[in-house]
Design a protein around this ligand. Structure first.
Ligand code: GLN
Length: 253
């Protein structure tokens, strides 16, 4: 098999004029269990197809550029969620508009909870969310920890969860996945994550996109189609990524 760089050369030329801007929300406060790897996976998988990526790190007090194509956010302790709460609420209107306009977003665990309407911690503290996703979360007594396996329309996803929050989707909500192994949203109803338009929320750390290359490509495809009306993503040699997927699936933690 030809090396990845050679096989993608022609595609690189065709995609040469394509570029995406990725915003990483709160990379300092909300980034545990390697969630930054999601940004790196998108960057590298786009670059291998000749799509230029510009990354903007958006923290408390920073603004989200209007021309954003993909927004990612990671997990965090309850304290981290409290720290960013006020700033996130100031960005709520813009994020709602972007979500309606099909901007691709991937929110993990702590940020997933805050893309819902609210997270009430196990101590009873209310942390307000922005309500892009139709769900609410309440802190439980036990932590749900371990490697997870989910069945999704994009194939099997493996991840790692560590949360006490129990998330309940509204009746009208669309879950991202069905739980095969792990607890997912609440350990009870077999759902995991949520999707609205191109906004995806999930409890899967991992980092998710590194171990699930087909899902990373789905996000790139959605972003390119939205921006350019078409997306051509050459197949890559994902032997290493698939090995990481298989290893995560075979271990409970
Ligand atoms: N603090 C939240 C919880 O425990 C989120 C944790 C996380 O992001 N891993 O439910």
């Amino acid at each position: 098999m030809k090396p990845r760089e050679q096989r993608t050369e022609n595609r690189e030329q065709r995609n040469a004029k394509q570029a995406l801007t990725i915003v990483h929300l709160y990379p300092k406060e909300m980034n545990i269990y390697g969630d930054t790897g999601n940004r790196l996976a998108l960057q590298r998988r786009a670059a291998w197809r000749g799509v230029a990526i510009q990354v903007k790190l958006v923290g408390v007090g920073d603004s989200i550029p209007g021309e954003t194509d993909i927004i990612i956010g990671g997990g965090g302790q309850d304290a981290g969620q409290s720290t960013i709460q006020d700033d996130l609420l100031t960005k709520a209107e813009q994020l709602h508009t972007m979500a309606q306009n099909g901007v691709v977003m991937l929110m993990i665990c702590g940020m997933y909870q805050l893309f819902g309407r609210a997270f009430t911690t196990s101590e009873g503290t209310l942390i307000k969310g922005i309500g892009v996703l139709p769900l609410e979360t309440v802190g439980g007594e036990t932590r749900m920890i371990g490697n997870t396996v989910y069945d999704t329309p994009f194939g099997e996803l493996v991840g790692y969860e560590n949360h006490s929050g129990l998330t309940m989707l509204d009746d009208t909500a669309t879950a991202l996945a069905k739980v095969v192994q792990g607890d997912g949203n609440n350990g009870q109803d077999g759902t995991e994550g949520c999707r609205v338009n191109n906004v995806f929320g999930t409890y899967s750390h991992g980092p998710l996109l590194v171990k699930n290359p087909q899902f990373a490509d789905e996000l790139l495809r959605l972003a390119l189609e939205r921006k350019y009306g078409h997306a051509e993503l050459a197949l890559l040699d994902d032997t290493i990524e698939q090995a990481a997927h298989a290893t995560a699936k075979s271990r409970p933690r």
